[in-house]
Design a protein around this ligand. Structure first.
Ligand code: TYM
Length: 333
């Protein structure tokens, strides 16, 4: 059996990178797999947060999933903290994760910065909770953007370590990353060498899923470029990170390869291309923002969906936690 698990953190607003690198692929994959989509709210408290903002972000991310096309009836959609098994399995897996493995995680190093001693344990242990998320459902496939590749390799290593330790070679499947499409790593609009990220202090670095048409157009107009016209072939994008990023985004939004985009726009100035890109982005993103607003207007319905999702997820999780407790040698009643 193939089962997908994936999730997003409800920290700030979802952006174009989250959409093109992950969410849009989930929408496409949901028909071919049994799928579980999670709002990973426990991951979101590994960094500074405001409780009121977090509460509203959790519902906003759930609304974004549905607005982008995730069917909450066919798939399981819920928030992580509503299923206790994530925290339970997290602890057990933590007891099978050598510190050396965590020390290699580049995202911790980036997020903790120079203040490593002040960084919290939760931020350091974050990839173990992520492994627990996936293994709790024995997911076989995990669709994510490229930045999650290292965390997924760790999840596979932890699964293997558990299986070997208890001599249960096939207990946890080793989850396969699915890093799909043209835009697996969308870059900042202000700096083509930096990933588009929720935590970038510049609002102009990213397009949020809830930005209105004027804001999208303004951000694209202000996006950093170079003085040369667009090249006619993909090789011409080499060394031109900002140009490559805009062409990648255009390709992903229009379901074309970069080569196809350049066949149409090669030789043109950025001003013309940016106009076309803004129109395309507005056409693709505005309906999602509109639907998100509609869903957020009916909080009771959204909560009903999350609660039902948590019940369905909880049933699968409970079975795994019980099996794991038995394997580990814990006594349950
Ligand atoms: P998060 O919340 O940072 O991002 C959610 C998803 O969006 C992708 N993504 C991007 N893709 C392309 N370009 C970008 N600039 C970009 N920025 C983000 C991410 O790769 C991700 O797929 N640790 C995860 C959340 C998580 C998770 C899990 C994911 C927790 N448990 C279990 C999968 C399975 C994270 O922080 O994603």
């Amino acid at each position: 059996m193939n089962r997908i698990f994936s999730g997003m953190q409800p920290t700030r607003q979802l952006h174009l990178g989250n959409y093109l690198g992950a969410l849009r692929n989930w929408v496409r994959l949901q028909h071919d797999y049994e799928a579980i989509f999670c709002v990973v709210d426990m991951h979101a408290i590994t960094i500074d947060h405001d409780p009121e903002v977090l509460r509203s972000n959790i519902r906003e991310v759930a609304a974004a999933y549905i607005a982008a096309g995730i069917d909450p009836e066919k798939n399981i959609l819920f928030n992580q903290s509503a299923v206790a098994g994530h925290a339970e399995l997290n602890w057990i897996l933590a007891c099978h994760t050598p510190l050396g493995w965590l020390n290699r995680m580049t995202q911790f190093k980036e997020k903790a910065g120079k203040q490593k001693d002040n960084a919290v344990l939760g931020l350091y242990a974050y990839p173990v909770l992520m492994a627990a998320d996936i293994l709790l459902y024995k997911a076989t496939h995990v669709p994510v953007g490229e930045d999650q590749k290292q965390h997924l390799e760790l999840a596979r290593d932890i699964a293997g370590a558990f299986n070997r330790y208890y001599k249960r070679e096939d207990y946890f499947p080793l989850p396969e990353p699915q890093i799909l499409g043209e835009a697996t790593r969308v870059m900042s609009l202000r700096d083509g060498t930096k990933k588009m990220s929720k935590s970038d202090e510049s609002e102009y670095s990213r397009i949020n899923l809830t930005d209105d048409a004027d804001t999208i157009a303004l951000k694209i107009r202000k996006a950093k470029t170079d003085p040369e016209p667009l090249p006619s072939v993909v090789e011409g994008l080499e060394g031109r990170a900002e140009a490559a990023n805009l062409v990648t985004i255009y390709g992903a939004l229009s379901d074309q390869t970069k080569a196809q985009v350049l066949a149409d726009y090669g030789g043109q100035q950025f001003s013309a291309f940016k106009g076309a890109l803004a129109d395309l982005a507005v056409a693709k993103l505005s309906p999602i923002a509109g639907e998100m607003n509609r869903l957020l207007g009916d909080r009771a319905e959204l909560d009903r969906i999350l609660q039902k999702g948590a019940e369905r997820a909880g049933a699968i999780a409970e079975k795994t936690v019980n099996e794991v407790k038995d394997i580990v040698g814990l006594v349950r009643f």
